[in-house]
Ligand binder design. Structure first.
Ligand code: ACO
Ligand code: ZN
Length: 284
């Protein structure tokens, strides 16, 4: 869909201010023309409304009482929360979110029709409220079994493990739905790097655990346990060079290097998603 305000595809805004952060933008986003080419666009970090100046934002903050995204909190563990937002019920917020995220997503079209999507907003809580860190969107009914449409960690929070949390959360939802899921294609370079790392780490951890039981897992078993689609499992095993052909059939064999790398990365102290902290039922 073409936005009537959209005049050019050239990157329009250079800088946004959101919460305590000033963030350089990456790509064009179809904000209304009267907001394009401002030196800084000011964004309310809770409702994602945008303003041409600091004065207008301050005036807005006196009226806007939100201290978290406008949706149901379906997960809370330590300072991390997830809010589920229905595009049909919170059109304004979801449109603002799409405009904001388009600044960092090149290959995705912005959805003006947000009705068919659910939005899962990840926040970090402090004494001022639940601050927007990242999100993913998800079609309510995906013909292709996609469990993520768009995924984003705000640039000021990237490379800190939050993308991994978002991805892990998307698969926890799929497990509850008893479905296998995969992100919508094409993936960006950063999306591909993050998914590959997540798939590999999850599968290797599972296989190392499984070795102790002496029972071998098939690709289908791995898919069922992780909610990853079989193709993603297969490609990950291929990338790990873990598929060996013995006596007329394939076996999954992890090299010592792969196992050592997995042990090293599992020692990194990182936030994890705790499935017990998820209180959620699918809509269908
Ligand atoms: N360079 C190399 N490896 C990377 C990079 C990078 N810039 N970013 C992520 N990775 C890999 C690493 O293996 C990393 O683990 P490590 O830090 O322990 O080495 C792993 O991915 C996970 O990194 P996180 O810190 O958990 O991910 P982050 O919070 O940075 O979020 C995301 C990743 C969401 C893809 C982020 O880069 C982003 O928002 N990018 C812009 C939007 C985008 O491209 N989204 C995906 C589009 S595809 C889709 O929407 C379906
Ligand atoms: Zn607001």
């Amino acid at each position: 869909t073409q936005n009537p305000h959209e005049v050019s595809r050239v990157k329009n805004l250079n800088l946004i201010q959101i919460g305590k952060h000033e963030v350089e933008t990456w790509y064009f986003s179809p904000y209304p023309v009267e907001y394009a080419h401002l030196p800084i666009l000011y964004i309310c970090e809770f409702c994602l409304s945008f303003f041409p100046g600091v004065k207008q934002l301050t005036r807005h903050r006196h009226k806007c009482t939100l201290q978290h995204p406008p949706g149901n909190e379906i997960y809370r563990k330590d300072e991390i929360s997830f809010f589920e937002i229905d595009g049909r019920k919170q059109k304004g917020y979801c449109r603002n979110l799409c405009l904001l995220s388009k600044l960092f997503l090149d290959h995705k079209s912005v959805y003006y029709d947000v009705d068919p999507f659910l939005f899962y907003i990840m926040t970090m809580r402090d004494e001022d409220g639940a601050h927007f860190v990242g999100y993913f969107s998800k079609e309510k009914e995906s013909a292709d079994q996609f469990n993520v449409a768009c995924i984003l960690t705000m640039p000021q929070f990237q490379r800190m493990g939050f993308g991994r949390l978002l991805i892990a959360f998307s698969y926890e939802l799929s497990k509850v739905e008893k479905r296998l899921g995969s992100p919508e294609k094409p993936l960006s370079d950063l999306g591909l790097l993050s998914y590959r790392a997540f798939w590999a780490e999850t599968i290797v951890t599972l296989l190392v655990e499984q070795q102790k039981t002496g029972i071998e897992l098939t690709i289908d078993d791995i898919a069922q346990r992780t909610a990853f689609q079989q193709m993603d499992v297969l490609h990950t095993l291929q990338n790990l060079n873990a598929l060996k052909y013995y006596h007329g059939q394939y076996a999954i064999v992890l090299s010592d290097t792969v196992i050592k790398n997995a042990e090293r990365s599992s020692k990194k102290k990182r936030r994890e998603i705790d499935p017990k902290a998820l209180v959620w039922k699918p809509i269908h």
